[in-house]
Design a protein around this ligand. Structure first.
Ligand code: ZN
Length: 212
């Protein structure tokens, strides 16, 4: 019979309870701008950054987690070599092929955010289901596929190394009636069904308990 462990998580820097949903892989402290990935008792720390909300939009702001990383790519296709920025959605995504992928869209548009200096009161980041290692693997796969679409790379060496990885809270405008989440920087709207934990994220989570 499996043992059930409940661990209450608090921020190692300030001691406040960490934000997260029950099945999250990463827990965050907004005031310390810290993201903690917890796996098999090992903790890794990553910077947590907040992207600015674009004003003038109607609707509530929902912050969704996206990993930003710098990748050093060495490939036989020149335009896909060198240092690149990649974004990988950190929330549970459903039916990506159907609903689209904000991480891929931000990557393709080369979007970079300026980090906000003051985090709006009460701004939290929840629903980080994908850890940093998984995000890097996803980015590697997406870039390899993009290169492969340009040229048959069977048997060729493509090396992709991630040199910096940060967790970003990216604001989306939530149109509850229309069932849409809009990313104003790329002017793209996604179905709310894309984000599996949206209801829990909107409800603010269930505190920092983690059951394993
Ligand atoms: Zn803290």
């Amino acid at each position: 019979m499996a043992e059930l462990h409940v661990t209450l998580l608090s921020c190692p820097s300030c001691g406040s309870p960490l934000d997260g949903l029950r099945r999250d892989a990463v827990f965050t402290c907004s005031s310390c701008r810290l993201a903690l990935h917890i796996r098999e008792g090992q903790v890794s720390r990553h910077p947590l950054r907040f992207a600015p909300a674009v004003s003038g939009n109607v609707g509530d702001i929902v912050r969704l987690p996206l990993w930003r990383m710098e990748l050093d790519v060495a490939s036989p296709v020149d335009e896909w070599s060198g240092r690149r920025i990649a974004w990988v959605s950190g929330f549970y995504q459903t039916r990506v092929l159907f609903f689209g992928d904000p991480g891929m869209d931000l990557t393709e548009r080369g979007v970079e955010f300026l980090e906000v200096e003051e985090i709006p009161a009460g701004a939290r980041l929840l629903g980080v289901a994908c850890g940093p290692d998984e995000a890097v693997e996803t980015a590697r796969l997406l870039i390899t596929q993009a290169i492969d679409r340009r040229r048959d790379v069977t048997g060729m060496e493509i090396s992709i190394a991630a040199v910096g990885i940060e967790l970003w809270a990216v604001p989306f405008v939530h149109d509850a009636e229309g069932g849409k989440l809009e990313e104003p920087n790329i002017e793209k709207a996604y179905s709310t069904l894309l984000v599996e934990d949206l209801v829990e994220i909107l409800a603010g989570g269930d505190g920092a308990g983690q059951i394993r």
